[in-house]
Each structure stands twice: as C-alpha cells, then as structure tokens.
Design a protein around this ligand. Structure first.
Ligand code: MIC
Ligand code: SF4
Length: 658
C-alpha cells in the first residue's frame, strides 16, 4: 500500500512504534524552534535536565512576542535567551527581527525535515514540506537534548484542492472555509495533508497561511507536497539547494478526504470570538470598524502586506478608522521600505509597528471599548486583544484593507464596484528576498555568551511530588466547552512578564474565568478542574498546566482535551480524565471529588476506567487515555521528575530519551 507524504516523512524519522493511527510513536526531530514567552522555561528545563549542548541539526531561539520590552523583566528574559542560545548552541534571533514562524520560514525551514516548536503555530512550514509540530516547552527541551518526540500517530486526512481562487478570494479564505466546515476541534488527532490539482495555483507563502492557521482546527499539523513552486520560493530566498521533491504515493490511503473547490470560495470572515465563527463578509457588511491590523504569523509576510499597499496607493483610509501594519519579519519591513511601499501606506494613514506578535496577544494596539477590530491574525479568543468583551474579526489583508478604506466591513468586490478603479491586487512574490542585516540572526559560532545570565525575575521550574494513592479534593472550577489556554494563563503584558517566575504567574491562573480561583486553589491544597469539550485549546504554553500544578490542582475532568495541553498535563503530573456529558452536567463546582482507587498504582498498571465518587453520594466512570510512557511520567510527578529519576538510575550518563 502506498504512503501519504506524512507517513513518508514520519517513516524516515521513526525511532519507536508503528504508523498506526492512535498508537504512540517516537520520532527524531531535526529542527527546534522556540520563542521568548515559552523559551525561558525551555532552557531552564534544558538546564535542569543537565543537558549541555543542543543535539538537533538546528535549534533557533526567537524573541518576538514581547519586543517592546515595557518592563526590565522582558528585557532580562531576552538577555537570558541570548545567553542560553549561546551557551547551548542555538541560533538567536534578536528582538524585533520578526515572528518565529516567519523568520524560520525565511531562513531555516526545509522540505522533508521534522521540527518541534514551543509555539502552537509551529506547523507553518508545512507549506514548504516540513513536518512541523507544536509542543510544550519540556518536550521541546528533551527533543533539543537528542530525545525522541512522542505523539499518538494522527489520522492523515486529505484536503483535496480543486480549481483556482477567484478574484478577491485568498489563501486565508481557504483556511477560514476549513474552520467553517470543521470547527476549532475538527482537527484534533489529525494531520491535514493538502492534495489535488488546486495546489499548483498556490505559492508557498499562500500555503503557509493555510498551514499556520491549521492550528486553529486543533490539528497536529498541516502539510503540502513540494513542487516547482516550493523550488521557486527557496530559490528566491537564496536556498534553492535545499529543495527536495516530496509527493505522496499515487495509491496513498487517507483516513478521510475533504474537497474544496477553490473557485467556489469568496471573501470570508470569522466573527468574534472564535476562529470558527466564519461567515461570508457580505453577511456582516456595514458594521462600523474602528481598527484594522495587518500582520501576525498568518498574514504578516511581505506578500501579505503588498496587496494592502497596492489597494491603498493614492488613497486614504477612513477618518474614524485606525490602521496598523505589523510586519511578520524585519525582512518584510525592510523590503517594503526599500521599495517605497511603506511611504505609500503611511501616506494613506497607516502606522507601522516593529516586527512583533504584539497586538495579537494584547501587547499594544488594544482596541477601544465597544469597538470592532478587524485583524488578519489567526485567533480572536475573547479578551486576547487586551480588553474584555472585545469584538475581533479575522480576515484576509484584502478584506481588512477594504474595511480601512470604507470605515466599515465591506465585501472588497462591492467596494471595487463602488470605487470603480480598485482592482484585485493579486498575490506577488519578490524576484528575490533581500535585506536583513546579519547581526539580527546570531549563529551558534558567532555567540556572544558562554554562560547563562539570569535576572532577578527568572526562577526555577517547580517539581511535583510523585502521584499518591489518594487523589481527592473539591471541584474547584467548572468551565464550559473550548476553554483556551488564554483563559487559563492569559498572555497580556501584565501577566506575560512573569512567564519565568511561576509562583508569581500562578496568581493569575484562570483569572479570566474567576479571579478568586488562584487563592481558592491554594487554600484547598488539592482538587480538580472540570471542563466541557476541547479543554486547553490554543497556545502551547505549558504554563497552563504548570501553574495549576503549582497551586495544588491534581487533576482535570473534561469531556475532551486539546492535544498539546493534554501532553502538558502529563508533563506536569496532573491527571487528565475524560468524563461523559451526563457526568459533566451533574458535577457542580464545590462538589467533593474522589478517585476511588490507589491512583498511583492503577495508573502504572494501565487501568483505563476509574470510578469518580462525588460528595460520597454518586459515582461515575472517568477514562484515562494514556500510553505506558505517559503513565510512568504521570506517576513520577511529571516529565522533569521522571527524566531525572531515569537519569539517576542510569548513573547520570544517558541523555534524556523521553
Ligand atoms: C499564541 O499565539 O497564543 C502564542 C502566544 O503564540 C502561544 C505561545 C505562548 O503562549 O507563549 C502559542 O501559540 O503557543
Ligand atoms: Fe505571535 Fe500571534 Fe503568531 Fe502566536 S499567533 S506566534 S502571538 S503572531
């Protein structure tokens, strides 16, 4: 039987297991990516594991999320990251050089490689044939130390693209259409492999918009085959020699197939406050817009900003609308500036930001109260923009620019009809990517540090005791479906600056849901979180497991979990148990919950169904879906303790291997 492209790449990197969907596999990782808000823990854990040198072909540390450095804690984090990259052998991308996914794509991503990154949008280079997966920082630290990465073999689903995009429809509309059809949990346990004749009409930057936002489907990754377009893109980047042709076998078998006829697509938009609230733009036309932002790792590339610049040339944006452009990389900024487009956009009323994540997580450009903001980003979770009850819509650069011109949401096709001289700007790549001074990307052999520099806010990573026989406590908080990691540990500046200081950061745990939670959890000294479907979707931040652990939470009872978050719960020794809808409905916040068993022993012995006793009155069954490896990690109190234990047992000689 023929193989899918995903299977081919995984096969080349397989160190354990078989490629059977649902079975755990271990794979070798070629490249590692980390960024400033998850990277500090990555390196602190790398250090705690007594690892002393990066073992992967390549590792890159980016400083991109908080580059304004409002507080010395941010700057200390950046200095620590530079020192860690230098000490352990990773490339270092300076603050302001750009968003990790953009800079990685431009400089390092290559067909056929595997990559693990401590950011949920790590799958971005899937658009150029790299199989890239987002993970928690501890998994990334272990992979960087030469250990395998373990996941349940996903189902590989073919997304067959046919036809060509019509005028004013873009790659963003392809992924918005996927979200409209499948929802934010439609991709859990899946890798979407794009196939079919429609691929040919999409350039690599368009493909990476799709693979980037595949994360919003909950997918493990998204992947395109490589072809002349991939070769062409690499050549324009000056890396043509890295091209490898990669295609699935003709008789490859997929778990499922979805067909999208590109020619049927029209401009789409995700309404507040979930990326899958997708409707045609025309349905919300006429809504006043006070802010428009073009940028982020989804649509912040040079090729994404250029259409907007062309639409704005010789025009002015509406007087009551602010428009900001936040390029995804300094290279994009520099090219736009050298070609005169920056000036053109400024003349139209645009403000330029440095190349940063910034506004995507509420750092800068927070919308006004009760206003609508249109963004080309990938997430519009409630409050993420920095203000509660926000109204953030997600769309393509073309739709965003049309709104800036009109002062309200408008289908760009209608705006073009109204204006008479507005044409679809199309999608264009530069002949070659130029610019970016070398000093923004520091290679390991150019490192300026050989020792770690820790500021006063950079603390140790707390360890948990091994799992005990009795696991009981109150249901501390009952939550709904689709709780995001932005709910658990928000990423706004006031909180983000404590990412390297877990005791302080934990004070903010779930504050967006209930600001009395952290204190109540500490007082209870144990207990459970209760949630509906898809608990922990969104970011890869392991802080969303680590902080509840620090507060004493012992387990989560949820109808289902998002993939990365579930792995993070194991990594920090919290028991993730699945419950059915009836149990979820019945259990109340404040109820006393007890797992009836010697839990540590049962976990080690492979028990799957546990009895949960509530208020000593009623019982229900909860399921632990875990591999043998995850059970050992859980029972040892998390991956750090588990790996240290193994390391000690082996006489301290072996590198971490799981
Ligand atoms: C996000 O988009 O939510 C983030 C901020 O990039 C996170 C990483 C983080 O929390 O630091 C992600 O996507 O993993
Ligand atoms: Fe940065 Fe936003 Fe992309 Fe996350 S989604 S990496 S915050 S631009």
């Amino acid at each position: 039987m023929g193989q899918t492209l995903t299977e081919k790449i995984l096969d080349d990197h397989l160190v354990e297991g078989e490629l059977t969907p649902g079975e755990e596999i271990g794979i070798e990782i070629d490249q590692v990516l980390t960024q400033d808000t998850t990277g500090t823990l990555v390196w602190l854990q790398f250090e705690a594991l007594d690892l002393d040198e990066v073992q992967t072909e390549l590792a890159a540390q980016y400083c991109d999320h908080q580059t304004y450095q409002f507080d010395f804690k941010n700057t200390d984090d950046h200095r620590f990251l530079r020192s860690a990259a230098g000490t352990f052998g990773a490339h270092f991308s300076r603050p302001g050089n750009g968003i990790c996914h953009n800079v990685h794509k431009e400089n390092f991503a290559a067909p056929g490689k595997t990559m693990l990154g401590s950011d949920s949008h790590t799958p971005t280079p899937g658009g150029m044939g790299e199989l890239a997966i987002g993970a928690g920082g501890l998994d990334v630290a272990v992979a960087m130390g030469g250990g395998a990465y373990y996941i349940d073999m996903p189902e590989v689903v073919s997304v067959r693209l046919e036809g060509e995009l019509p005028e004013w429809a873009t790659a963003k509309d392809v992924i918005l259409e996927m979200l409209r059809r499948l929802s934010v949990k439609g991709g859990v346990g899946k890798i979407f492999e794009y196939t079919g004749p429609g691929i040919e009409s999409l350039s690599v930057p368009e493909r990476t918009t799709i693979t980037n936002m595949g994360t919003e489907l909950g997918a493990t990754s998204s992947l395109f085959p490589t072809d002349e377009n991939t070769k062409d893109y690499l050549e324009r980047l000056g890396r043509g020699d890295e091209y490898v042709e990669l295609q699935p076998d003709d008789d490859a078998e997929y778990a499922d197939e979805i067909t999208i006829d590109l020619s049927d697509l029209e401009p789409l938009i995700a309404e507040p406050s979930m990326p899958d609230n997708v409707v045609p733009v025309s349905e919300v036309a006429g809504t006043d817009v006070e802010q428009v932002i073009i940028g982020s790792c989804t649509n912040g590339a040079y090729e994404d900003i250029l259409p907007s610049a062309k639409m704005l040339e010789g025009r002015e944006i509406d007087k009551k609308t602010e428009m900001i452009v936040a390029p995804g990389s300094k290279q994009a900024s520099e090219m736009l500036a050298r070609q005169g487009w920056t000036a053109e956009m400024m003349a139209a009323g645009v403000n330029f930001s440095e190349a940063t994540c910034g506004a995507c997580i509420g750092i800068g450009h927070v919308p006004a109260s009760n206003s609508v903001s249109l963004r080309t980003f990938n997430r519009n979770f409630e409050g993420r923009s920095g203000i509660e009850d926000d109204n953030v819509y997600l769309c393509s650069p073309e739709v965003a620019t049309a709104a800036a011109l009109a002062g309200e949401i408008v289908d760009p096709r209608d705006l073009a009809d109204d204006l008479g001289d507005l044409e679809d700007p199309g999608f264009e790549m530069p002949d070659e990517y130029i610019g970016v001074s070398g000093s923004d990307l520091i290679a390991p052999d150019e490192a300026v540090d050989d020792d770690l520099i820790k500021g006063p806010n950079i603390g140790d990573v707390p360890l948990k005791d091994p799992l005990g026989a009795d696991v009981e406590g109150p249901a501390l908080l009952k939550m709904t479906d689709n709780i995001t990691t932005d709910h658990i540990i928000p990423a706004t500046q006031d909180i983000l600056m404590y990412r390297s200081n877990i005791p302080k950061l934990s004070e903010f745990t779930l504050s967006r849901v209930d600001d009395s939670f952290a204190q109540r959890a500490l007082d209870a000294d144990g207990g459970f979180l209760v949630a509906g479907e898809n608990y922990g979707q969104g970011s890869s931040r392991e802080h969303a497991a680590l902080c509840p652990m620090f507060l004493g939470v012992e387990g989560v009872l949820a109808q289902s979990f998002a993939r990365i978050h579930k792995a993070n719960l194991f990594n920090f020794g919290l028991v993730p148990l699945e419950i059915d809808e009836e149990t979820y409905e019945k259990i109340e916040q404040g109820d006393d919950v007890e797992i009836v068993d010697d839990v540590a022993e049962a976990v080690r012995e492979g028990k799957e169904e546990f009895t949960v006793r509530v208020n000593d009155e009623w019982e229900a069954t909860a399921t632990l879906d875990a591999s043998e490896r995850e059970r050992e990690i859980l029972a040892d109190g998390g991956k750090l303790s588990h790996t240290k234990k193994k390391h000690d047992a082996e006489g301290g000689a072996a590198p971490a291997d799981d």
